[in-house]
Design a protein around this ligand. Sequence first.
Ligand SMILES: NC(=O)c1ccc[n+]([C@@H]2O[C@H](COP(=O)([O-])OP(=O)(O)OC[C@H]3O[C@@H](n4cnc5c(N)ncnc54)[C@H](OP(=O)(O)O)[C@@H]3O)[C@@H](O)[C@H]2O)c1
Length: 326
Amino acid sequence: MKSRGFGKTGLRVSEVGFGAWALGEAWWGTQDDGESIKALHRAAELGANFIDTAQVYGEGKSEAIIARFRKEWKGDLIVATKTPPEAGSWPPSPYDPPEIAFSPAYLRANVEKRLRSLQTDCIDILQLHCWSRAWNKDPRPFETLRQLKQEGKIRLIGVSTPEHDQNCVVDLIRNGWVDSVQVIYNLFEQDPAAEILPAAQEHGVGIIVRMAFDEGALTGKFTRETVFPKGDFRADYFRGDRLGRVVDRVEKIRADVAGSGYTLPQAALKFAMSHPGVSTVIAGIRNVAQAEMNLAVSELPELPPELLKELRTHFWRRSIWYGDNW
Ligand SMILES: NC(=O)c1ccc[n+]([C@@H]2O[C@H](COP(=O)([O-])OP(=O)(O)OC[C@H]3O[C@@H](n4cnc5c(N)ncnc54)[C@H](OP(=O)(O)O)[C@@H]3O)[C@@H](O)[C@H]2O)c1
């Protein structure tokens, strides 16, 4: 497993990390806890030292499983978690002051909860689970997080981008408020290459890439007939004509990848890792087989420049779902 620097923090992170959302079961259908623990062990054995979780992944369940695993695993790990907004809409309304989502008292209380849930005395990376462009001129929640850093409750401060306006974090990067940013960067969503990733490189901010598989679609395993199990949010995410449109696009990518020596999931992960501004790609993993498949990708050769160029043409500006002609 190759490692990369994490901005200017001095940390080295595995270039493939463990996305632990599904371990909390929330919105992913049923998940066997024993399988989750086995997958975490296998990933760590294969060199993954970075795990991403959040309160909302089962209201602490994903964090609790990671805490259980951390007791069993003696090696070094970096665990990033997230604090959700306390109230207000998600994504936040432009009219809400930041205190509605992240007041000082709420942040302090929530960090104590995260410490208990992760069974640790210091959180490696505390990320705000969403942000609003409206707060950039006066990003007060980060002042509270800085105090918590000084008090030794958190090591690093991060933010996770809202899907509809990922670029809203660029000012936070430029103004030195964050140590890390979590961003969607995949074969469809390539916009972070325009501003977020270069800004992070320039200012020494760690980049955690999420959704490299677009919730599984870019592994190429879905068809127009795929039916998601009960409780799996993808029934909604790929509702209506979306599944068919995604599958059609994935088939075009499959055609480009054919004969390259990479499978589709390998090409998807390699693509997400291909930008030098990226520190780690947290592949969502829910079993040992996925841990083995995804972590092995680090050792594969870099995508040849011609293939990378071709893959860049699959950019799909989909944060707004246009009509069928797009
Ligand atoms: N707002 C936020 O901050 C936010 C939002 C989303 C995600 N995240 C974080 O980012 C992580 C990664 O994103 P994600 O899990 O949503 O999506 P993802 O990485 O795009 O997809 C993960 C899913 O794809 C399937 N999969 C994984 N490896 C596979 C393989 N090799 N072959 C076939 N299928 C495979 C698994 O589900 P099945 O086996 O059930 O298909 C897995 O749960 C999350 O776990 C979470 O930590 C953060």
